[in-house]
Ligand binder design. Sequence first.
Ligand code: ZN
Length: 164
Amino acid sequence: MLPGVLTSGKQQQLQLQRERAAHHEAGHALAAFARELPVVSASITTVRSGFFFTSWSVEGFVDAKDYDDTDDQLIAAAGIDAEALWTAAVCGGSFKSRRRAAVYDNPSDAGKVRDLVRLTALTVDAAYAWSYDLLVEQWGAVEAMAAALLEDGFVSGRDLARLL
Ligand SMILES: [Zn+2]
């Protein structure tokens, strides 16, 4: 037996979390590009704390001059919806139930809390409608960006833009 070949339940769980994180961040990045905001980089990092989880972020656009509350809201919604679209496709369940899970799972996740603060501050439905349409229309770009994140963990904004 080769122990290295065996995949434990925890490792499978971690891989699913990494893929979910990559699609979530790709959604944020796609929305930022759609709003013509600069993306410096996106990253996903595997952190172990008690049980497996991952931490992740998209950097750059918050420093842009024209960045406003609407951008904040749309980018936040796109991350949640990309995560929900991917989870519904891969793990099953309806998109709406997966969106609810994407919003309410991992309440201790600081990045997710930031997304929610942005979303609850303004009109949520309009942001979700925009992000959903954008994601469905450009899902190929989301998959390409997520694949790049899964391979390298860190992708520059310039490299992400090439995948649009
Ligand atoms: Zn997010």
